[in-house]
Write a protein that binds this ligand. Structure first.
Ligand code: CA
Length: 608
């Protein structure tokens, strides 16, 4: 599909096609198709779109009968530059531009003159200098998305903000005075009359270029929006007119301007055409071979089903990174072009960014909006290491892209991920480890027996408490014995901990004995009886034992005493004998209570 056909509304006729054939072009099918194009579109021929979705049907061109068309004449040997110029002029061509980056002279001539010139062996090809349109959508949702976060991941910016990396926006210009953009330089290239002109009037009127520039590098200044690489150096290369269209010659001149500088690493072209141009491709190849990374919108020519190869140019050129558009649900934007040339996908639906007069607009949709997300990410990657090659940066963007689960023809390598591309792994995802407490006999543990999940780094205190008759023995934690009943562990892996308790053995059996005696055996009359009770284990004295002594006379009431053994294991009681005390035998019992049983010793004395 030739975009100019759609945009001019001009109807081809078979008659004109016949006329074309009658010219008898000799340079093959491409040439024939191109020159068919000249007839089909009497004025300017080929158009590359601004890839804005909303543009499209309004472009109408007058069909004034002009004999001459703008063509790009490719030469086999540019060293013979003067001869080449002479050749073009000899065939009636009016030269309006020449390039150093490609062996091409831009000239205006009639199709018949072009046809004749094309037969010359010095000429490798002739193609129309087609028009190129910008394709088109605060995206702050898109910015979030390419940083892999719901909230804008400023952590990535700790690694790189794209500082010092030059990014040229080849577009409708950029608002030079926008509060949220810092444009460090630029140039305008445009075709007027017979001349490819250039000047410093790269200010944006259309809005497209300003919107694209904001997604790449809107400032992190607390106002407006923010771009992927807020410290990248923005260059505005205005190669599309205020209506969003431009010629291949102007774009190639823009590429050449970038190529001739040393401070620009990235070209973003949110523009495209369905028509191939050898001049355009060669210029891209040349810039790429010199280390410049070129990023472009894949096109807005996709169908709802996402079938067919609809990637446009320059995105389709191998030296250019083709970027498809995704929506907020990580699906393919319904308009996004499809095909195996799609290299990455990036947010391109309902995007907010900067527009002229220090304003902001939401709701822009198009692969034009997707491409600058990738250009910004490339600037971040390059910012981490300016010695990288463009191929390395391109490879990193591809390798770190996130699979959206879409067909390859829709997403290429996947969603561009600036965070991963600069090596920002983002917040550490907590790792869960399991603590297993084994069953225990003779005590309880805290935590109780069971399995518990903890996050990496959590500190857990283990406590073991013995039951009666048991004592804590040890923890065994992953095979290592710990002899403190309370211990702390740090979860850095799955851990098993078992508490061991042991039964307290009975004390060895002690059978105490008690020995009771009186100071004499026989007493008479008025005196004291000294009764001594001694408790032994049975070898050693047992102090502190309670001893009961009962004295039973031959008649009358008994007398009881209670006392405690001294450190020598003895306790002494005094029993009073009167002159009137009955005569006869007095029994003396001494006893202690030992673990529920009574241990007794007996003696006696006599009163005469
Ligand atoms: Ca801002």
């Amino acid at each position: 599909m030739f975009l100019y056909a759609i945009n001019t509304g001009y109807k081809y006729t078979e008659r004109k096609r016949s006329d074309d054939s009658s010219v008898g072009y000799e340079r093959g099918e491409i040439m024939r198709r191109l020159l068919n194009g000249y007839y089909g579109k009497v004025t300017v021929v080929l158009i590359v779109f601004l890839m804005i979705l909303s543009i499209g049907t309004s472009r109408v061109q007058s069909a004034e009968p002009v004999d001459k068309v703008e063509v790009l004449v490719g030469f086999n040997d540019m060293s013979a530059r003067e001869q080449n110029r002479g050749l073009v002029r000899a065939f009636g061509g009016e030269i309006y531009a020449e390039f150093g980056i490609v062996d091409v002279i831009a000239a205006r001539m009639t199709p018949q003159q072009a046809s004749a010139l094309a037969r010359n062996p010095r000429v490798s090809y002739i193609e129309p200098d087609s028009e190129v349109h910008a394709l088109a959508q605060d995206v702050p949702w898109g910015i979030d998305r390419v940083f892999g976060a719901e909230d804008y991941s400023f952590g990535t910016w700790d690694s790189s903000r794209g500082a010092g990396i030059g990014v040229a926006v080849l577009d409708t210009g950029v608002d030079m005075d926008h509060e949220d953009l810092e444009v460090v330089g630029g140039r305008r290239f445009y075709l007027r009359g017979l001349t490819l002109r250039s000047d410093d009037q790269y200010n944006d009127v259309n809005g497209h270029g300003t919107h694209v520039a904001g997604t790449i590098a809107a400032l992190d200044n607390g106002i407006g929006v923010v771009g992927v690489a807020p410290e990248a150096k923005l260059y505005a290369v205005k190669v599309l007119g205020d209506n969003g269209s431009g010629s291949v010659s102007a774009i190639v001149a823009g590429i050449e301007w970038v190529y001739n500088r040393s401070d620009i690493s990235i070209i973003n072209m949110s523009l495209g055409s369905s028509t191939y141009s050898a001049t355009f491709e060669n210029a891209c190849n040349r810039a790429y071979s010199e280390g410049i990374l070129i990023v472009s919108s894949a096109g807005n020519s996709g169908n709802t089903e996402g079938t067919g190869d609809t990637v446009g140019y320059p995105a389709k050129y191998a030296s250019v990174v083709a970027v498809a558009a995704s929506d907020i649900n990580d699906g393919r934007a319904y308009f996004s072009s499809t095909g195996l040339d799609v290299e990455l996908i990036a947010p391109g639906m309902n995007i907010k960014s900067t527009v002229p007069d220090s304003k902001y607009e939401d709701g822009w949709s198009g692969t034009s909006m997707a491409s600058p997300h990738v250009a910004g990410a490339a600037a971040l990657v390059w910012g981490t290491d300016p010695t990288m090659t463009n191929e390395e940066v391109r490879g990193i963007l591809a390798d770190t892209a996130g699979d959206l689960g879409l067909p390859t023809e829709h997403q290429g390598n996947g969603l561009v991920r600036a965070d991963l591309a600069v090596g920002d792994d983002g917040p550490v995802t907590p790792v869960t480890y399991t603590l297993t407490i084994g069953p225990s006999v003779g005590g309880t543990t805290d935590p109780l027996e069971g399995e518990y999940d903890y996050e990496s780094g959590d500190e857990v205190t283990l406590t073991a408490t013995a039951n009666p008759d048991y004592k804590f023995d040890r923890w065994v934690i992953d095979g290592n014995a710990v002899y403190d009943s309370e211990t702390s562990i740090t979860m850095s892996k799955d851990i098993r901990a078992d508490a061991y308790f042991s039964l307290i053995p009975d004390e060895p059996g002690i059978e105490p004995i008690i020995e009771v005696s009186t100071d004499k055996v026989d007493y008479s009359g008025n005196t004291w009886v000294y009764i001594t009770a001694k408790v032994l284990d049975p070898t050693n004295p047992m102090p502190g034992e309670t001893v009961n002594v009962v004295v039973a006379p031959p008649s009358g009431s008994i007398t009881s005493y209670t006392g405690m053994t001294d450190p020598s294991g003895q306790v002494v009681f005094k029993y009073r004998l009167l002159k009137t005390s009955p005569k006869g035998t007095y029994n003396v019992d001494a006893s202690i209570n030992w673990e529920g049983t009574t241990i007794v010793d007996q003696t006696f004395f006599t009163v005469k």
